[in-house]
Design a protein around this ligand. Structure first.
Ligand code: FAD
Ligand code: NAG
Ligand code: NAG
Ligand code: NAG
Ligand code: NAG
Ligand code: NAG
Length: 497
C-alpha cells in the first residue's frame, strides 16, 4: 500500500514536471520571435493535420522559421528541454513523420524556405526544401532546365530529396538525391553547416538517403538538366484475367532487360477488375526521345501481350508531360492546399539479378484478382521501373549515397485507402496489403534479396533497418551517434543510436 501511494505521488510529480517543462519549452520558443503555433491557437488544427488522416498527432508546437539562424536557436532551446524536433516540408510523409510520427514533438515547418535560383552559367540551382515539386518544375522550366522527381505536384522537396525522389526521368537522370552537390543543414546541436563531398563527406553521404535523422536541411544545391526537346506520355490499358496479367508482368520484366534506352520510363498500374478473377492492368509512362521513335521502342513488348483495350499517346513539350502525369491539370500548388487521404501503403524493391519468378507473379496477380475484388478498402498497385538496361539510378555506385538500392528492377508500391478517403481506416486494409507482399515473397527463392523504399515509409514494416538501408545501416548508426547523440531527431523508422 505504502509503495502504491509513493508510486502515485511520484507519478503526479513526474507528470506535473513534464507539463511545466512543456510550458517552459513553449514560452522559450515563443521568445525566439518567429511564428510558433501551439495547442489552443486558432491555426493549430490546420497546422497539425497530417496528409494521411489515419494519423492524428498533437505537436507541442509548430514553428515557422524564416532562416537557418532561427532553426539553430530553436534546436538549442529544444535541446535544453531535452525535447524532440522534426522538419516538415511538403507534409506528405505516409506515416505523418513530418509531425514527428507521435505526440508532443516540436515541428519545424519549412514553408518559408522557397528559393528556386538557377545559375544559368553552370546549370546548378539552389532549391529550398519548402518548395513543392510542381512549383519547382515550373520555375526550372522557365530557365529551360529540369530535374528528376516524382509526379505529385504537392510533394515537398524536403522529404522527397532526403530519401530518394523517383520519377519518370529517373532512368535518364537518376533520383532527385543523386543531383545534389551540396546541402545547407542545421544539426541537432544548432550548428549551421554547408556540407558536400569535400567539406563533410560523411554527413553529406547520410543526408542523401536518410536526411531527417541527421539534421534540418535549409537548402540543396543541385545539378539541373536541359529540358528534353519533346516528351510523349503513353497509357495502355487492358482487362486481363490473373493468368494473363502474370504473363504480362513476365513479358515486361523480359522487355526491360533487352537494351531499352534511358529515355524510356514506365510503371505498371494495376487496379480492381470488372469481374472477380480479372484485373485492370495498365502500362503508363514517359518517352523523352524523339516522338516518332517511340512506337519502335515499345513494339517488342506489345508483341508479347494481348491487344490493349485502350491506347493513348500524348506527345508535347516536357513541361506539358509533367503536368499531364501530375494528374491535376496544373502544376502551381500556391493557390490551393492539397487534399487528404486515409490510407496505408507498403513497398517492395525487386532485385534485378533475380526478377519475380513465374510462381511469384502468378500468386501475386491471382491474389489481386480474387481477394482484391472483394476487398473492403480501395486499392492500387504500381510497379515502377527503376532498373532495366541503361538505368541512371543503377549506374550510381551503391556506396556513393546512403540510398541503399542500386540494383533493383522495380519498386512496387501497394496502396489502399479507406472508403471515400476519410477515416476510419478499416483494419482489414493492413492484412490485405501484408498478404499482397507475402504472395510475392513467399513464392520467391529463399534469401531473395529484396528491399523497400524509405519514401514509401511504413511503420508496420518488420526488419525495416535492413529493408530500407541494407548494408548502409551500420554506418548510418555510427553517424547518428556522432551527429545526434541525444536523439533529437527521433521518429518511427529514424536511425537508432
Ligand atoms: C500523393 C503522393 C505522391 C507521391 N509520389 C511519389 C513519386 O512519384 N515518387 C517518389 O519517389 N515519391 C512519391 N511520394 C512519396 C514522397 O516522396 C514522400 O512522401 C516524401 O518524403 C514527402 O516529402 P514531404 O516533404 O512532402 O513530406 P514531409 O512529411 O514534410 O517529410 C517527410 C520526411 O522527411 C523529413 N523532412 C522533411 N523536410 C525535411 C528537411 N528540410 N530536412 C530534413 N528532413 C526533412 C520529415 O521529417 C519526414 O521524416 C508520393 C507521396 C504522396 C503523398
Ligand atoms: C524578441 O523581441 C523582444 C521585443 O521586441 C526583444 O526584447 C527580444 O530581445 C527579442 N528576442 C530575440 C531572441 O530576438
Ligand atoms: C504560382 O502562382 C502564384 C500566384 O497564384 C504566383 O505568384 C507564382 O509565381 C506561381 N509560381 C510559379 C512557379 O509559376
Ligand atoms: C555551399 O557552399 C558552396 C561553396 O561556397 C556553394 O557554392 C554552395 O552553393 C553552397 N550550398 C548551398 C546549398 O547553398
Ligand atoms: C477477363 O480477362 C480476359 C483476358 O485475360 C478476357 O478475355 C475476358 O473477357 C475478361 N472478362 C471480362 C468479364 O471482362
Ligand atoms: C474474397 O475472395 C477470396 C477469393 O475468392 C476468398 O478467399 C475470400 O474469402 C473472400 N473474402 C471475403 C471477405 O469475401
Amino acid at each position: 500500500m505504502a509503495h502504491r501511494l509513493l508510486f502515485f505521488a511520484f507519478l503526479t510529480l513526474w507528470s506535473s514536471l513534464a507539463t511545466a517543462s512543456t510550458a517552459d519549452l513553449v514560452s522559450s520558443l515563443k521568445a525566439l520571435n518567429f511564428t510558433i503555433v501551439t495547442p489552443g491557437d486558432p491555426n493549430y488544427p490546420t497546422a497539425s493535420t497530417a496528409f494521411n488522416l489515419r494519423y492524428t498527432f498533437e505537436p507541442a508546437a509548430v514553428a515557422y522559421p524564416t532562416n537557418a539562424q532561427q532553426i539553430s536557436a530553436l534546436l538549442k532551446v529544444s535541446r535544453q528541454f531535452n525535447h524532440q524536433v522534426v522538419a516538415r516540408s511538403g507534409g506528405h510523409s505516409y506515416i505523418a513523420n513530418g509531425l514527428g510520427g507521435k505526440d508532443g514533438v516540436v515541428v519545424v515547418d519549412m514553408t518559408n524556405f522557397m528559393t528556386v535560383a538557377v545559375d544559368s552559367s553552370t546549370g546548378t540551382a539552389i532549391i529550398g526544401p519548402g518548395n513543392r515539386l510542381g512549383n519547382v518544375a515550373l520555375a526550372l522550366n522557365d530557365k529551360g532546365r529540369a530535374l528528376p522527381h516524382g509526379t505529385c505536384p504537392y510533394v515537398g522537396v524536403g522529404g522527397h530529396s532526403g530519401f530518394g525522389g523517383y520519377g519518370f526521368t529517373s532512368r535518364k537522370w537518376g533520383l532527385l538525391l543523386d543531383t545534389i552537390l551540396s546541402i545547407n543543414v542545421v544539426l541537432a546541436d544548432g550548428t549551421i553547416a554547408n556540407v558536400s563531398q569535400t567539406t563533410h563527406p560523411n554527413l553529406f553521404w547520410a543526408l542523401r538517403g536518410s536526411s531527417a535523422s541527421f539534421g534540418i536541411v535549409t537548402a540543396i544545391q543541385v545539378m539541373t538538366f536541359p529540358t528534353p526537346s519533346s516528351a510523349t506520355v503513353f497509357e495502355y490499358n487492358w482487362n486481363l484475367n490473373a493468368a494473363d496479367a502474370a504473363k504480362a508482368v513476365g513479358a515486361f520484366q523480359h522487355f526491360v532487360q533487352t537494351n531499352i534506352p534511358q529515355e524510356f520510363a514506365a510503371e505498371i498500374v494495376i487496379g480492381k477488375g470488372s469481374v472477380q478473377g480479372n484485373l485492370s492492368w495498365g502500362l503508363t509512362g514517359g518517352w523523352y526521345g524523339p516522338a516518332d521513335q517511340f512506337q519502335s521502342v515499345i513494339a517488342p513488348f506489345l508483341a508479347k501481350v494481348p491487344k490493349p483495350a485502350s491506347t493513348s499517346l500524348t506527345p508535347g513539350t516536357y513541361i506539358n508531360s509533367v503536368q499531364f502525369l501530375g494528374g491535376l491539370g496544373r502544376l502551381n500548388t500556391s493557390s490551393s492546399p492539397d487534399g487528404h487521404d486515409t490510407f496505408y501503403a507498403k513497398s517492395l524493391m525487386t532485385p534485378e539479378a533475380s526478377p519475380m519468378s513465374n510462381a511469384a507473379r502468378t500468386a501475386f496477380m491471382s491474389y489481386l484478382a480474387n481477394d482484391g475484388f472483394n476487398a473492403t478498402t480501395d486499392w492500387f498497385v504500381e510497379i515502377e521501373l527503376y532498373g532495366g538496361t541503361n538505368s541512371a539510378i543503377n549506374n550510381v555506385p551503391i556506396d556513393a549515397t546512403a540510398f541503399a538500392h542500386r540494383s533493383s528492377m522495380f519498386t512496387i508500391q501497394f496502396y489502399t485507402s479507406a472508403p471515400g478517403n476519410v477515416p476510419p481506416f478499416p483494419p482489414a486494409g493492413f492484412s490485405f496489403l501484408d498478404e499482397m507482399v507475402n504472395s510475392i515473397v513467399n513464392n520467391s527463392p529463399k534469401g531473395w534479396d529484396y528491399g523497400a523504399y524509405a519514401n514509401y515509409i511504413d511503420d508496420r514494416l518488420q526488419n525495416w533497418q535492413q529493408l530500407y538501408y541494407g548494408p548502409h545501416y551500420p554506418r548510418l548508426k555510427a553517424l547518428k551517434d556522432q551527429y545526434d547523440p541525444m536523439n533529437t531527431f527521433s521518429f518511427p523508422t529514424s536511425i537508432e543510436e
